[in-house]
Design a protein around this ligand. Sequence first.
Ligand SMILES: [Zn+2]
Length: 423
Amino acid sequence: MSHPDQEAVQLLKEYIRIKTINPPGDVTPAADFLKRVLEKERIPVKLYWSNKTTGRVNLLARLKGSGKKAPLLMLHHMDVVPVDERGWTELPFGSAEKDGYLYGRGSLDMKNYGIVQLMSMLQLARDSVQLDRDLLLLAVCDEEIGGELGAGWMVKNHWDEMAPEFVLDEGGFGTEGFFTHDDKLIFSIGVAEKQMLALNLSVKRAPGHASMPPKESANFILAEALGRVAAYETPESITPVAQAMNERLGDLDATLYNNAVRRNTISLTVLNGFVGDPPKTNVIPERSEAVLDCRLLPGQDKDDFLQELKKVINDERIVIRPVMEPKQKSVVSSYDTELFCIMEEETAKTYPDSITLPHLVIYGTDSRYFRERGAICYGFFPGPVSMEEYSRIHGNDERIRVESLKNATEIYCNVVRRFCETD
Ligand SMILES: [Zn+2]
């Protein structure tokens, strides 16, 4: 048997080569791959099809414990977002290893997590470690399109088979340059996430010939309103999580990341107001529309936010319609737990000068399904990732430092072992 670190690298290479782009989102070959690896070590695996024709499958593997304590569940999604190959210097599904990096879609989001979780389970099985709680590995489909047939479906239909007290998921890294401008290594552990709200803004007015502009046209009305939104600064709100971050780090530097941690954000992501393809330059369109992608802090009420935004827009002619709303209750997981301490301690053994920090994840993860049901969820990956590397997630040349993967494998295994092993 090869060394676990090396084995993790090999497994991640194999895993990345399995194309699980979503859409279309068929993850059957990925589930088969994980099943094969787990069953070789005689770890029981069950597959749950939420839609067989489209390859929507979820995998649950279990190492039995004595049942003295409630299960720890390790969660990851098998699907990845599409790629634009023209922007890549390496093949996105080729798993090239170059200059200390392993390249590939999913190498940071989040097949890397999947592999360190898998390695943790394999090692406990190989060492026949006695456990006080069941250790579960759940690999799901569809996270990249909202998770309704993945984590959401498992929570809804198979909760009793999982019922975890704790969940380890994505939403944390050994960050460099996220929270401070210096090169301090900060291990952020996700304990909560922002709520996603997408709003469609539209306005209709009479169309016409561009040679004779009317008093009111759809595009100008919307443009003026969007100008007011752009000028609007959402109020800063220091949530308890941000407070805890401040306490451990001192005042946070003014990075874009910190800005998103401290306030509701509004991005203009869709803008559409023309007729014809290609757009006709001499036609005043009848309809103009935009979409605002809004991310709310945990605990904030979407109706209050909407009222505030209406005041900012201050124009009755504009119709505001939510196209995506938060469906789960926003819950903050306690970080005053034994597991949190273990993560901090084990990380510090490898990275003694680092700081560990509870943090607010600024995007959505599958953890929200589990938090709503009372599980304590942490986003945890104990390997360094710079802001430059992080920015490649969903972008070009996504890649992980091989060293980072190796260290993460070792730390993750130690955390899981310490937390689950019989006292
Ligand atoms: Zn992800």
